[in-house]
Ligand binder design. Structure first.
Ligand code: MG
Length: 159
């Protein structure tokens, strides 16, 4: 069996009055992400991990934020398109692990829904989809509530 590992990272700025989507789930919040798409920084990091595993570049290469086609787009659609690229080469996802750094709001109660939302898009059982959240103890831009930072790792396999 052939295996590949990929890593992804993304940051989005926070602003009052915008919606907050993370891992395909709308998080109830007074602040949300400034972005060309729906701003789902977690799905963007995950897409970069999947693309990275196959050395296919990054999300900005495939879905440029200069294109009107992606204005306000649901990032789950971007993930589905990335998964088509993964499948087209005969790969499937073994597991993914996502870490979200956000000072507020608390994400714990949204995590089960995030995992169940991502799992079918990745062709995985929820047990293979890890989503973790942390604050940064009020340090740095995340701690000041200026932005959200996400890291994702994905393992792919091919028979
Ligand atoms: Mg992004």
């Amino acid at each position: 069996m052939d295996i590949r590992i990929g890593q992804g990272y993304d940051v989005h700025r926070l602003q009052a009055g915008l919606k907050m989507y993370l891992c395909g789930v709308e998080v109830s919040s007074e602040i949300g992400f400034v972005a060309h798409s729906d701003g789902d920084v977690a799905i963007h990091a995950l897409c970069d991990a999947l693309l990275g595993a196959l050395a296919l570049g990054d999300i900005g290469k495939h879905f440029p934020d200069s294109s009107a086609a992606y204005a306000g787009i649901d990032s789950k659609i971007l993930l589905s398109r990335v998964m088509q690229m993964v499948s087209a080469q005969g790969w499937s996802v073994s597991n993914v692990d996502i870490t979200i750094a956000l000072q507020a709001p608390k994400l714990a109660k949204f995590i089960p829904q995030m995992r169940s939302t991502l799992a079918p898009l990745l062709g995985l059982d929820e047990g293979m989809v890890s989503v973790k959240a942390t604050t940064t103890e009020r340090l740095g831009f995340v701690g000041r509530g200026e932005g959200c930072e996400v890291w994702a790792v994905a393992l792919l396999q091919r028979p």
